[in-house]
Design a protein around this ligand. Structure first.
Ligand code: AMP
Length: 281
């Protein structure tokens, strides 16, 4: 695996080999890699001739400085994992490389409705920050295929929209969420859970599974209310638990006669905010 820290070096290198390749796959990450990230690398290797992964903790997408400061950093183990998974290139810029001046909040991406619901509503500015970094990375790497995790379902739709805005022809593959054996969606933030929080965390997936199972059996608004109440009784502070159309994220109040839905949840366990979702067909 070749490691690049400067975008100009990576761009020059890719320029020399791009003509001989059909597809370059790209997996952007913020590091603290786990099996979920590696499943994206695996998909890229199966679908593209060259796989580029980036690790950059993007200050612009964090809502609190404290959350940014506490974001886990495990760079040596990340490099080992990427090497053993057969990743070809790691792009690991520092903040000055990506944001040579202060982070510009002036650029505004027109994300429309997507930015007003769910994560967009509870984390104002978050998706603007995501677009700021992803746009830069896409201009540097110029991939043919982008691999994103279903774990961040709304982010996948936002990035598809960004690609439209950029007028680029980049295929997006959404890779299913990798879970721990107890159902907890793998996440770099799980490293910050204390043992009691870690023991409770799988309840989030259990709640989604129960909504999915019962959605057509009982009245939905009651089911939603009960599920939120049960999570809160166990110690979660729920930001949202909502059902939405999986293509538009328009919220759905009555699932009868609807297909292609997704149920999404975000909840705090003390300081740590966890998100998860399940597709319902
Ligand atoms: P992050 O490092 O958290 O920014 O995530 C980088 C990429 O990995 C994003 O596309 C995430 O959706 C994806 N990802 C994170 N966790 C998982 C998971 N448990 N399963 C599959 N993909 C994931």
């Amino acid at each position: 695996m070749i490691i690049f820290k400067h975008s100009s070096d990576l761009r020059s290198y890719l320029r020399t080999i791009r003509f001989s390749l059909q597809r370059i796959g790209f997996v952007p990450t913020m590091g603290a890699l786990h099996e979920g990230h590696l499943s994206l690398i695996k998909q890229s290797k199966a679908n593209a001739e060259l796989t580029v992964c980036s690790i950059f903790i993007n200050r612009a997408q964090f809502n609190s400085a404290d959350d940014f400061d506490k974001y886990p950093v495990t760079i040596e183990s990340d490099i080992r994992l990427l090497e053993s998974s057969g990743c070809d290139i790691l792009f690991m810029p520092d903040e000055k490389e990506i944001y040579p001046d202060a982070i510009s909040k002036e650029k505004k991406f027109d994300l429309g409705y997507l930015e007003t619901v769910l994560e967009g509503k509870y984390r104002p500015g978050h998706f603007q920050g995501v677009c700021l970094i992803v746009e830069k990375l896409l201009y540097i790497v110029e991939p043919n295929v982008l691999f994103l995790g279903q774990k961040d379902f709304q982010q996948c739709l936002v990035i598809k929209r960004l690609i439209q805005i950029m007028g680029k022809d980049i295929e997006v593959h959404m890779v299913p969420t990798k879970r721990e054996s107890d159902g907890l969606a793998m996440s770099s933030r799980n490293l910050r859970l204390n043992p009691a929080e870690r023991a409770l965390a799988p309840e989030l997936n259990k709640a989604l599974t129960s909504v999915k199972k019962n959605i057509l059996k009982v009245e939905y608004s009651g089911l939603r209310r009960q599920t939120i109440a049960s999570l809160e009784n166990q110690g979660f502070k729920v930001d949202y638990l909502d059902l939405a159309d999986k293509n538009t994220l328009q919220l759905v109040c009555d699932p009868q006669n609807k297909s292609a839905l997704v149920v999404l949840v975000a909840a705090f366990l003390n300081e740590i905010r966890l998100i998860d979702n399940l597709l319902i067909n």
